[in-house]
Design a protein around this ligand. Structure first.
Ligand SMILES: Cc1cc2nc3c(=O)[nH]c(=O)nc-3n(C[C@H](O)[C@H](O)[C@H](O)COP(=O)(O)OP(=O)(O)OC[C@H]3O[C@@H](n4cnc5c(N)ncnc54)[C@H](O)[C@@H]3O)c2cc1C
Ligand code: FES
Length: 533
């Protein structure tokens, strides 16, 4: 099945040109747009896993909920995920212990165990057919990492209360990879089928969902949509992946990364259903070592799909030669072929993850705001569990129940232990990017923009982002990010304008698709519509 025909011209169904196997295998989850003013108890902005999980939990408590989504349900990062549902977190337990101490690390572990159980129980209770299964996950060493990492992780994970088994050989790999840590009782599912199932229950319980409804103004009283309708509410939950209601507080404490995925055919049943991860390239970036993550998904009668991801880099530096997308997909394929018996590559896509300065998500009351405004962000690559934790935790905050995870996930926290290293790393990457990116050093000539290409161009002493489409039409947008004004960079692979500062992203027409920006880039394309090569 091919769902490409469902993508609107500027990528409305998903946050980029490429589509994932999830988007390709189900119909878009569509509701009517909002066309009237409404009042409710709780309004939720964002129809990804976070928003939908929160809406589900609140409607289970009998609360009146309205959710608005400016694309379709799951058209953000949830439609681009690989949906490993894990307690084997991207950041090692020994790192978490170092940051939070043993006791709080146990609470973190407990929250992720609870999240997997919650997903499993909900699927059973609501009879959601979303290919959920429990399976083993295997963590093995990246060649740049030291053997002692596995020992340290085994000990720290057990201290945190996670089941781990020291295992002599990694099952399923064609290379002779030796020792690994087995994490039993991990899980996987089809994320969009799960969302669809939850949406049906939310509606049955009286919740209302509106898609293609952009919340243009958000405050503690509610929201106003781009088309001018209002929703007044007692509680406002901003679940837009990167909060669009906050300019500074949380965005200075996290960094946006681009991560890449291929979906490749493997002979049916040639691999066990399992999850595999390496410990990450310590040389590339010791703070956030880019690692590989792999799973198997049923595809057709002859083949399964091996979904392999990794090769992360900071958002906005795709133009740097070492991070050109074609090169990245090639190294991802090369790495995958070394370890797994893959055949034809069927899918290539990328997405954005938010890396918080201290490794775990920000879930709770929005800092420097009224007490009735809540946010969820900083997925740290473990969004399946973090979004589910948000469902439970934000529901408790709204309903006034005690929740022992409240302090750990509080968005107002500031972790001194990691701050200097985090800021040094973030500034270094940003400076390095600004220095080396040709688009930023010298703006290009308008005539040099080839078909299918985007470039930053100087016009009348101002910088513009220019994309030339197949019809030779030039789409010209302001190059100044609508968040805090950094210059956006062209993402050739997804055909979007991406901001290197805090991860805002826009379609080639300038429509905002990722926060923190909540406004489009000013577009001037009509002015230059007749420009030729
Ligand atoms: C390639 C990739 C692989 C990943 N793999 C894993 C994995 O294996 N396991 C794991 O746990 N996590 C993984 N993650 C992370 C996980 O997918 C995400 O953290 C999670 O899906 C985020 O969900 P969300 O609801 O926060 O955001 P989203 O799904 O992005 O939802 C936010 C929604 O808000 C909407 N929105 C934004 N602004 C507005 C507005 N103003 N008005 C209305 N709507 C608005 C957007 O359209 C969007 O749909 C991966 C991520 C990527 C990109
Ligand atoms: S995302 Fe902050 S300036 Fe662009």
């Amino acid at each position: 099945m091919n769902r490409k025909e469902n993508i609107s011209e500027d990528g409305n169904i998903t946050s980029g040109k490429n589509i994932s196997n999830w988007t390709d295998s189900v119909s878009p989850i569509v509701f009517k747009p909002l066309t009237e003013d409404l009042e409710t108890d709780i309004v939720i902005i964002g129809g990804g896993l976070a928003g939908i999980s929160i809406a589900y939990c609140l409607t289970q408590e009998g609360r009146k909920v309205i959710l608005v989504e400016d694309g379709y349900i799951g058209s953000g990062e949830t439609g681009r995920t690989t949906a490993h549902i894990v307690t084997a977190l991207d950041n090692r337990y020994y790192t978490l212990e170092n940051i939070f101490g043993e006791e709080d690390t146990q609470l973190i572990a407990e929250s992720h165990i609870a999240a997997i159980d919650f997903i499993e129980n909900t699927i059973k209770k609501e009879k959601i057919n979303c290919e959920f299964e429990r399976l083993n996950g295997y963590l093995f060493l990246h060649p740049s990492d030291e053997k002692v990492s596995l020992d340290k992780e085994l000990e720290a994970a057990s201290r945190a209360g996670i089941k781990v088994i020291d295992t002599a050989k990694v099952p399923g790999l064609i290379s002779n990879e030796e020792r690994c840590i087995c994490f039993p009782e991990q899980a996987q599912f089809h994320p969009l089928k799960y969302l669809k199932g939850l949406c049906a229950i939310i509606e049955q319980k009286g919740g209302k969902i509106f898609t293609e409804t952009h919340a243009a103004k958000i405050d503690h009283k509610g929201l106003t949509t781009k088309t001018g309708y209002t929703i007044k509410a007692n509680h406002i939950v901003v679940a837009t992946n990167s909060p669009v209601n906050d300019k500074y507080a949380v965005h200075l404490k996290q960094t946006a990364f681009r991560t890449y995925v291929i979906g490749a055919l493997i002979k049916k049943d040639s691999l066990p259903k399992a999850l595999w991860w390496d410990t990450g390239d310590q040389k590339e970036n010791p703070t956030f070592p880019p690692y590989h993550y792999v799973r198997v998904q049923t595809y057709n009668d002859q083949y399964d799909l091996l979904i392999s991801g990794g090769e992360d880099h900071q958002t906005g530096d795709e133009n740097e030669t070492s991070h050109a997308a074609d090169k990245i997909y090639s190294s991802l394929e090369k790495w995958t072929r070394e370890y797994f018996p893959i055949e034809e590559i069927k899918y290539r896509w990328s997405g954005q993850v938010m890396e918080p300065m201290d490794s775990i998500a920000y879930i709770g009351r929005n800092p420097l705001d009224r007490d009735n405004v809540y946010i969820v962000t900083g997925d740290s690559g473990n969004g399946m569990t973090h979004c589910t934790i948000a469902g439970m935790l934000i529901t408790d905050l709204i309903t006034g129940k005690e929740n022992k995870w409240k302090q750990i996930y509080a968005p107002s926290r500031f972790t001194l232990k990691t701050s200097s290293h985090f800021f040094k790393e973030a500034m270094y990457t940003l400076k390095d990017f600004l220095k080396t990116s040709p688009d930023h050093k010298d703006a290009a000539e308008l005539s040099s923009v080839k078909t299918g290409e985007g470039k930053i161009v100087n016009l009348q002493q101002k910088k513009y982002g220019v994309f030339r489409d197949k019809e030779n039409l030039l789409h010209i947008v302001s190059a100044k990010c609508a968040h805090l004004g950094c210059t956006v960079a062209w993402n050739k692979d997804e055909q979007t304008w991406d901001c290197p500062c805090h991860g805002s992203r826009y379609t080639y027409k300038g429509k905002v698709i990722n926060g923190p920006a909540n406004n489009d880039l000013a577009a001037y394309s009509e002015m230059y519509a007749l420009e030729t090569k």
